[in-house]
Design a protein around this ligand. Structure first.
Ligand SMILES: [Zn+2]
Length: 215
C-alpha cells in the first residue's frame, strides 16, 4: 500500500486500520454550501447548505492529490496586515499568506481576495444544463486577487482586442492593481508553487486567478 494514496474512503480505511480507531476520520463532520453554474443563463442554481460526514464524500468532492476537500472544516482563515481576510485550504494557507504578505511589503496593493468557494463551474453539462465538476476554489487551492482589475476573458487564446471580458474588471498591465509578469505578486505566487491564470493555455485568460495546477 502506498502512503501516498489519495484521500479516498478505501485509503482512509486502510490507514485507519493501521493508525487510527476504525471510524474516527470518516465520521468527522463536513459542512459546505454548494451550487452549480448554468453557462447559458450565466447564473448559479441548485443552492444547498450541506452537513454530512467525510465518509459520505465522493471522490469528486475531494482534491485528487491534496488533503483538501469541499468541507469548510479543511479550510483556514488568513488575515493580511492590511486587514483583508480569505479562506483557503489549511495545508496551503501558510505559503499563500507569505506570498501575499511579501507582495504587500513589496508595494503591490491587494484590495480583494477570493479563495475557498464551493461550486460546480467546470466539466460537462448535465441534463439541466448545469456544470458538473468542482472548481479548484471548491477545495480552497485557488485564489483570485483584485478581481476588479484582473478580469476573466473568453475567446482569448492570445491576449488582444478579440478577447471578451466575462467576469471581473478590465485587465490593464499599466494599472498598479492588475497582475502581470512585471509585478512582484506574480513572482512571489509562482515561487509559492502557483500558476497564474493569465498564462492559461486555451481560450480563457483568468488574470485574477492563481492555482496549484494551472486551471
Ligand atoms: Zn479563480
Amino acid at each position: 500500500m502506498s502512503l501516498n494514496c489519495r484521500l479516498t474512503k478505501t485509503c482512509l480505511a486502510l490507514l485507519g486500520g493501521i493508525f487510527l480507531p476504525a471510524t474516527s476520520y470518516a465520521d468527522d463532520v463536513c459542512t459546505y454550501s454548494d451550487w452549480a453554474w448554468h453557462s447559458e443563463q450565466g447564473r448559479a442554481f441548485d443552492y444547498q447548505d450541506v452537513r454530512t460526514t467525510r465518509g459520505q464524500l465522493s471522490d469528486a468532492q475531494q482534491h485528487p492529490t491534496l488533503h483538501c476537500s469541499i468541507c469548510r472544516e479543511d479550510q483556514a482563515d488568513i488575515t493580511l496586515s492590511n486587514g483583508l481576510t480569505v479562506q483557503v485550504c489549511a495545508i496551503v494557507a501558510g505559503r499563500i499568506e507569505r506570498a501575499l504578505e511579501d507582495s504587500l511589503n513589496a508595494g503591490f496593493q491587494v484590495q480583494t481576495l477570493t479563495g475557498y468557494r464551493v461550486g460546480r463551474t467546470r466539466g460537462p453539462l448535465n441534463e439541466s444544463g448545469l456544470r458538473t465538476k468542482y472548481s479548484n476554489h471548491s477545495f480552497g487551492v485557488a485564489i483570485d486577487v483584485n478581481a476588479n482589475a484582473n478580469g476573466l476573458y473568453g475567446r482569448c487564446v492570445e491576449w488582444g482586442p478579440e478577447c471578451r471580458l466575462r467576469r471581473g474588471g478590465q485587465w490593464d498591465p499599466q494599472n498598479p492593481l492588475s497582475i502581470s509578469p512585471d509585478k512582484d505578486v506574480y513572482h512571489l505566487m509562482k515561487r509559492a508553487g502557483f500558476h497564474w491564470g493569465g498564462e492559461l493555455n486555451g481560450r480563457q485568460k483568468d488574470f485574477m486567478h492563481f492555482s496549484l495546477t494551472g486551471d
